[in-house]
Design a protein around this ligand. Structure first.
Ligand code: UDP
Length: 321
């Protein structure tokens, strides 16, 4: 198989570091960029000695670095973004700027060197979506602009529009993908992600903080499944020009998740229910359910998730030990 050079933005992040490992294992070269805003040196400590791995600490604002890295790449995987509901609610200007400006820069750089681009988007774009499961061609239902949370979805939707427009107008190979809740080793709970938060709380025998009623549900997908999907999409001839959902269809309520975390970690934690207004900000809106329709990706690359929620919780538990 052809050895490719991949340029990964957000390469020291949770997903970027796992993806880099898989690419190196499959014989490719990886150029990783990260400013350590949410990524970390620790995430890539197992990679830096690999001769096919090159890391640059810089942000997407650094035009010269971005241009140089793009010029050497066959495929760009653009993961760098402001992520995590808590970060987004607390830093809306940073979120909007990073997510829109960053993508524009990457698409322009890709166009100069004719690199293929995979663009990270999110299941947040479905918003309070109307019919379950969410399919890529469905209408979306975002909340009012007075509620910061929706800025994230709106910026990612602009990114998708932009990517598809570059494909349509300039023939650039762009593949936007919508990640549903992704979890696994090395993810931090610092920016709000529920699984590492619950596991850490359970390990400390502290109360598990369930926001709202706990009846809301999510489908959690293991990062090891996600990177497999990204890898196959990155090489498939027919992936450009359409958006792909990537996630698991195994649904669990947040109270159910808290109970499972307590059981798997053998913790003596109790469950504490906290109203959304207190957890995030007044007027915060959550979504009740979020399940992906996976027909499109399944049809193209035959992908589906393999790891169960128990596998996922065990791996997060091991990584936090
Ligand atoms: N959540 C919770 N306790 C926490 C963090 C999150 O109950 O300490 C809830 C959150 O309100 C949401 C779900 O868990 O209903 C998933 O949250 P996360 O931020 O991980 O992802 P989201 O699906 O909201 O993007």
């Amino acid at each position: 198989m052809d050895k490719k050079t991949y340029f990964i933005t957000g390469g020291a992040g949770f997903i970027g570091s796992h993806l880099s490992e898989l690419l190196l294992k499959n014989g490719h070269r990886v150029l990783a960029l990260d400013n350590f805003s949410t990524g970390s040196e620790k995430n890539i400590e197992g990679l830096i000695d690999n001769e096919n791995y090159h890391f640059v600490r810089a942000s997407l604002d650094d035009d010269i670095v971005v241009d140089r890295m793009a010029s050497e790449s066959d495929i760009i995987i653009h993961l760098a973004a402001a992520v995590g509901v808590m970060l987004i609610v607390e830093r809306p200007v940073h979120t909007i700027r990073t997510n829109i400006m960053g993508t524009e820069k990457i698409l322009d750089a890709a166009l100069r060197y004719n690199s293929r681009v995979l663009l990270a988007s999110t299941s947040e774009v479905y918003g309070k979506g109307v019919s379950i499961p969410f399919a890529e061609e469905d209408d979306v239902l975002l909340g009012a602009s007075s509620k910061n949370r929706w800025a994230y979805a709106a910026t990612k939707m602009v990114d998708e529009f932009l990517g598809l427009a570059y494909h349509q107008e300039y023939g650039l190979e762009v593949v936007p993908f919508r990640l549903f809740n992704t979890v696994g080793a090395r993810q931090t709970g610092q920016y709000g992600m529920v699984v590492p938060r619950f596991v850490q709380q359970a390990m400390n025998n502290e109360d598990i903080t369930v926001f709202g009623t706990g009846d809301q549900s999510r489908c959690f997908c293991d990062v090891r499944d996600i990177i497999r999907a990204l890898y196959d999409l990155s090489l498939h001839a027919d992936s450009p020009g359409q958006v792909f959902n990537i996630g698991s269809q195994n649904e669990i309520s947040i109270t159910g998740l808290a109970e499972k975390v307590i059981e798997i970690t053998g913790s003596s934690s109790g469950i504490k229910y906290i109203p959304y207004d207190e957890a995030y900000a007044p007027g915060f809106e959550d979504m009740e359910r979020r399940v992906p329709d996976l027909s499109r990706i399944n049809k193209l690359i035959g992908w589906e998730s393999e790891y169960s929620i128990d596998d996922i919780l065990n791996s997060v538990h091991d990584s936090l030990k």
